[in-house]
Design a protein around this ligand. Structure first.
Ligand code: GDP
Ligand code: MG
Length: 166
């Protein structure tokens, strides 16, 4: 099984940390070189069963320039070309405009979107359910997976779930 997976999320939600954790578990290559004008390879995860290419998608964040319109369209078409999208969020912060903006972009594509609730080490377990409910009201996610990227908690479950979609 193999496929391309885009990682999206606001700055500082833990995208790089998650990639380091994933690549640390099974390393192939890690690169910051532009792959196409729309996507940038973050890392390739390889096992006997699967090869997953993780891509960074610039332009999914709320644009702060006039170039924004082109960036947004370009990001949408990039997200339509991958097998799955990982939407990372930080559960220790309130659901705000940044996340809502990204969710609006994700509504425009047919690609399955995984909601990855990161930094679960920073909240009490009973705080998770209300967060899941809030996000579920905004979009129909293919899967919702809580993780702690920094500690590696539940990251293998995330990879197994992802592999099933490829
Ligand atoms: P990015 O901007 O989305 O790539 O975010 P980074 O991976 O650079 O992480 C931003 C900050 O959040 C860093 O200080 C990380 O150490 C921290 N961080 C990332 N994942 C976790 C996590 O699971 N738990 C905690 N407590 N901190 C995390
Ligand atoms: Mg980063």
């Amino acid at each position: 099984k193999s496929g391309f997976v885009a990682i999206v999320g606001r700055p500082n939600v833990g995208k790089s940390t998650l990639m380091n954790q994933v690549i640390g578990q099974k390393i192939a290559i890690m690169s910051d070189k532009p792959q196409t004008t729309r996507n940038k390879i973050h890392g390739v995860y390889t096992t006997d069963e699967a090869q997953i290419v993780f891509l960074d998608t610039p332009g999914i964040h709320k644009p702060n320039s006039k170039l924004g319109d082109y960036m947004v369209k370009s990001a949408q078409s990039a997200l339509s070309e991958v097998e799955a999208v990982l939407f990372l969020t930080d559960v220790s912060e309130e659901l705000g405009g940044g996340d809502r903006y990204i969710i609006e972009q994700l509504k425009k594509i047919d690609t399955p979107v995984f909601l990855v609730l990161n930094k679960i080490d920073k909240v009490h377990p009973e705080e998770l359910l209300p967060i899941i409910e809030k996000f579920s009201k905004l979009h129909s996610f293919a899967e919702i997976v809580p993780v702690s990227a920094i500690h590696g908690s539940n990251v293998s479950a995330l990879l197994e779930t992802l592999t099933r979609y490829l």
